[in-house]
Design a protein around this ligand. Structure first.
Ligand code: ZN
Length: 134
């Protein structure tokens, strides 16, 4: 089975600040991060599409007890991108004490940052992050 985008290519796109999802030919859903099968219908005909990297916070949590190597407190948000997929990442540029439930529904812009590999991962990786648009 040929993958439209490999993990290495996805990482290269993130490093450049580009967000490439996969559009399902069967149901039209956009999948991000790219995956081998459509998460909505299990279709396997997927075409790369460029995403604008904007979305809306649907929920979030505050991490106050962090894994080794991470500095709490920080916010993890679940964001619905304008194109449809849900993405989880750190909400940056704001501390948990500055905010509350009013975060839900706010518009965010997606970015990326490099996370150093640790005992919990397979090595350095670029990951999606979010910042508030206003
Ligand atoms: Zn599909």
């Amino acid at each position: 089975m040929a993958y439209p985008i490999t993990y290495a290519q996805y990482q290269e796109y993130l490093k450049k600040g580009e967000f490439i999802g996969l559009k399902c030919a069967k149901c039209g859903s956009i999948n991000f991060p790219p995956m081998a099968v459509c998460r909505d219908c299990s279709g396997t005909t997927l075409e790369p599409v460029s995403l604008k990297g904007e979305g809306t916070i649907r929920t979030f949590t505050v991490i106050r007890v962090a894994p080794e190597g991470k500095k709490p407190p920080y916010i993890i948000a679940m964001v619905e991108l304008d194109e449809g997929p849900y993405v989880i990442g750190n909400l940056e540029g704001i501390t948990p004490d500055e905010t509350g439930m009013d975060l839900i529904g706010k518009k965010v812009r997606m970015g990326t940052r490099m996370v150093q590999g640790d005992v919990y991962s397979l090595g350095d990786a670029h990951v999606p992050t979010f910042t508030l648009m206003e």
